[in-house]
Design a protein around this ligand. Sequence first.
Ligand code: KG4
Ligand code: ZN
Length: 333
Amino acid sequence: MRILGIETSCDETAIALVNKQGDRFVVEKSILSSQADIHALYGGVVPEVAAREHSSTIFPLLKKLDIPANGEGIDAIAVTSGPGLVPALRVGVEFAKALSWLWNKPLVGVNHLEGHIYSVWLNEKAPSFPAICLLVSGGHTELVLAKGEGDYEILGRTRDDAAGEAFDKVAKLLGLPYPGGPHISKSAKAGNPSAINFPRPMLESGDLDFSFSGLKTAVRLHVEKNEDSVEDVAASFQQAVVDTLVTKTLVALHRTGAKSVILSGGVSANTLLRETLQEAVEYVNEEVTFHAPDLSLTGDNAVMIAMAGAVRAEKKEFVDPLTLVPDPNMKLN
Ligand code: KG4
Ligand code: ZN
């Protein structure tokens, strides 16, 4: 099954050709155009600007794939249809609908979060179900139990800011550029993670939800009253986020008895989070396997959308190319 994946839910325009051969995925082509530099001027993603950039970028990207004009060789098209920014999603969705109609190829609407989960399926070893998925990105912080292919239960989520959003906002108040995650992580390398004892939010809540807004405020209040170095604040903040994410993931693992843990989303590029979670998972149960995406697949990309789409396409879970509309609140089911 050769599938064309398209992703425009936020600020990356991405398109990929992936071949699913049995349980294995082979990436034949993958192209990505990031708008991060443009949105950095505004300090965050501006939906209308994102949509305009997707519109001007997507056709040139498709042309670079050198697909025959009649779509020959493609078995299906997969496009992110939610969640995400509606003006941005719409560009990819309308583009995919047009290709599906023109080429007479079936269309799959992919949930962006399911895409992030599938980003680890290119690794040498695929996760076993049931799996605990910690999805951490600029827009999402969710703990999901994947019971099997396409069978999900949300165990917990953020009640306010997403983990990546917290990184971005704390970076802003420390005077670091957008997107803040990589800058905080770089700056933290030269800092002391125990310098400031920031709160570990919601650890006593008894549920698996997160809340990062209070932590962000704690950082702001601390910075206003103290003279700690940017490096120490970054390291202490990062440690508080990682401790919280890792602790709750271990609770989820313990409660469900899952066989594997999947870390994915933009924040999964964070080295401290990857290493701490892997060590913790392997320490509590050496039979549980840990999976994180290759660093090229942590952020938004079309390879993961094609992989998730191929699994659904094999089950013939197609959508009508004449009626598909973006769903900004699309749920994992
Ligand atoms: O998945 P993604 O590319 O886009 C969304 O769907 O949101 O995630 C982007 C988020 C941003 O908030 C960015 O600051 C964060 O991922 N991020 C990081 C790191 N690299 C990217 N956060 C912490 N540490 C990093 N190394
Ligand atoms: Zn994402």
